[in-house]
Design a binder for this molecule. Structure first.
Ligand SMILES: [Zn+2]
Ligand SMILES: [Zn+2]
Length: 138
């Protein structure tokens, strides 16, 4: 998992200005294991900022791949990006609900493409979530 030092280094190399609110947001995510949404984050902050500032900060941290998110019941939940224990997602085609799945189809394919060192891969499933499924069946 990313350490605070790594995050700050990364932000600096991207030319990001370190605001008090951003520093505080990073502190909270470093000490948080679970996914949290913007409102929970808001409650944890000492510095009072409006929710749009918080969203803007969250989005820029996602863009820099310092945070990752899932999408649940119309809300985005965030957590620190995990570099090594990589995750895959399933996304609902109808409402955009996004969940982690505990499965990787590429586990066996670590390094057997000739001439290449595999560094990363992407895999995402799409489907229809339970609540959308029950709505369409009405
Ligand atoms: Zn859905
Ligand atoms: Zn994988």
């Amino acid at each position: 998992m990313l350490s605070k030092e790594e995050i700050l280094k990364r932000l600096k190399s991207e030319g990001q200005r370190m605001t008090r609110i951003k520093t505080e947001i990073i502190d909270i995510f470093v000490g948080e294991e679970k996914f949290i949404d913007a409102n929970e984050l808001y409650k944890k902050l000492d510095t009072k900022a409006d929710i749009s500032t918080i969203y803007r900060n969250l989005e820029s941290l996602v863009e820099l791949e310092l945070l990752e998110y899932i999408y649940e019941e119309g809300k985005r939940l965030y957590r620190l990006h995990r570099e090594n224990d990589h995750v895959h997602y399933i996304v609902c085609e109808l409402c955009g609900d996004k969940k982690e799945i505990d499965y990787c189809p590429f586990e066996h394919l670590r390094s057997n493409i000739e001439g290449y060192q595999i560094k990363d891969h992407k895999f995402e499933l799409s489907g229809v979530c339970k609540s959308c499924d029950s709505k369409t069946k009405k």
